[in-house]
Ligand binder design. Structure first.
Ligand code: PLP
Length: 444
């Protein structure tokens, strides 16, 4: 990101005002070099050690064909959490064996699809899924590789981690109550599933390595128990959650330090037991795409309430970035066409939807915004586009990747026609469901 002498913001060598003119707003702009560098930071951190590892991009953070192709080029595996994400991954050309399927309530259809496509692993979340997946594997005469998702009783978030507070979670086999142990014992009765390891994901926006080290210690003990049962798992998957900087108040430690502490904890645990170190897998989402994305908006109306607040409204909002509305997320922003102007007031950035809670940023300094200024909100690459909604029938923005002064469109902007395309014609004949079920009975 650069600012020219005349106050224009550049991303990937492209003028953001020209991007806004060419592609319209709101517009998601991803710096392609930064996307690749963020991935390489993980590779470099692991390559300092003599361990086998895998970096799987958690596609839920931003799931489109272009990013999936990019992460595959950069040597990543891929996590998906639904049939739709799996379909997108396969359509993008991701190798099935590099795809891992997560989720606490995968449907039968989704699991059948995953088994048919011979994906890398299914990360099994609970006892119902163990049985369902074993049956599907049996019916399709396939051996399915799985990991068991363990809820290790560690919750990590920004600067804190809680060592026992997180038993109450919808995800995974609970460690404390013995569910995790029971799941491992149960594996012997499920011949169509081949368990290759254990998984834990301890939180999001994690700023230091203590939570990961605690998770290693707890999962490590479970590896020891499994070994006593004659099961040697080759993979320890420590999930994602690596934190990024959104505002001045965020201070994540560098990825290289986070990975070093975590890998050393794994190496040490298995060295002490005299057993080989398992492959270490991680699953970053936000840390790869978050800082590489920005959103351009056009400024519209303003409302100044003397002594209370100045509102400036933009042509998007919670429909393309619901994170403030959902959990009070904070962002920084600047005027992309007047980036050198002196801030002369405090403004709150509002969206255009009919919700008072449709805000993007509360109270940031800006140089008195004018209609048609371009506002750039920073670090919007993760959980923005992927969480976009059609509230108020607002079409989804376009997405461009920029690099070396060139832009390429990777998702086109939706039109009003797009947002009505699933509405059926009102003159369709009503279907009698009673008649349908009667005819089904006849056949039986
Ligand atoms: C969401 C998620 C991730 C990615 O989390 P980030 O905070 O984006 O790194 C990784 N693994 C699992 C299981 C997840 O649910």
């Amino acid at each position: 990101m650069q600012i020219s002498e005349d106050g224009q913001l550049y991303i990937g060598g492209c003028s953001t005002t020209q991007l806004a003119q060419t592609y319209g707003t709101p517009l998601f702009v991803y710096d392609e070099d930064l996307l690749r560098a963020n991935i390489q930071a993980f590779h470099k951190a692991f390559q300092q050690f003599d361990v086998d590892y895998s970096v799987a991009y958690a596609s839920k953070a931003f799931c489109t064909k272009a990013i999936i192709q990019l992460v595959q080029e950069e040597g990543c595996a891929l996590d998906v959490v639904s049939g739709g994400e799996l379909y997108t991954a396969l359509a993008a050309g991701m190798k099935p064996e590099h795809i891992h399927f997560h989720g606490n309530n995968k449907t039968r259809d989704e699991l059948e699809y995953a088994v048919e496509q011979s994906i890398g692993t299914v990360v099994v979340d609970n006892f119902d899924e163990l049985i369902l997946l074993n049956n599907i594997a049996k019916a399709k005469a396939k051996a399915v590789r799985i990991l068991l998702r363990i809820s290790p009783g560690v919750e990590a978030h920004t600067h804190e981690y809680i060592a026992t507070g997180q038993q109450d979670s919808k995800f995974g086999f609970d460690l404390e109550s013995g569910q995790a142990h029971d799941a491992i014992v149960r594996l012997t009765e499920l011949p169509h599933l081949q368990c290759i390891g254990l998984h834990a994901h301890i939180g999001s926006q994690i700023f230091d390595s203590r939570g990961f080290m605690e998770a290693v210690s707890r999962l490590g003990k479970l590896f020891d128990e499994a070994q006593r049962l004659g099961l040697d798992f080759p993979v320890m998957n420590l999930g994602g959650g690596f934190g990024i900087r959104y505002t001045d108040e965020d201070h994540p430690i560098p990825i290289v330090d986070m990975i070093r502490d975590t890998v050393q904890a794994v190496i040490q645990h298995f060295a002490e037991k005299g057993r080989p170190c398992p492959e270490i897998w991680v699953e970053p989402g936000r840390a790869i795409v978050g800082p590489a994305g920005a959103t351009l908006y056009t400024v519209g109306s303003r409302k100044q309430i003397s002594g209370i607040r100045n509102y400036v409204s933009v042509d998007g909002g919670m429909v393309d970035n619901p994170r403030l509305a959902l959990y009070g997320a904070r962002y920084e922003a600047l005027l992309a066409n007047r980036a050198n102007d002196t801030d002369d007031g405090i403004w709150s950035v509002a969206g255009k939807s009919c919700e008072s809670g449709d805000m993007l940023i509360w109270d940031i300094p800006l140089p008195h915004p004018q209609p048609n200024d371009i506002l750039c909100v920073l670090s919007t690459g993760a959980y923005n586009y992927s969480m976009a909604s059609h509230y108020n029938r607002i079409p989804h923005p376009a997405v461009v990747f920029v690099r070396d002064g060139k832009a390429r469109k990777v998702v086109r902007r939706e039109t009003w026609e797009d947002v009505t395309r699933f509405d059926c014609d009102c003159d369709d004949e009503p279907v009698s469901l009673a008649a349908v079920s009667a005819s089904v009975n006849d056949e039986v």
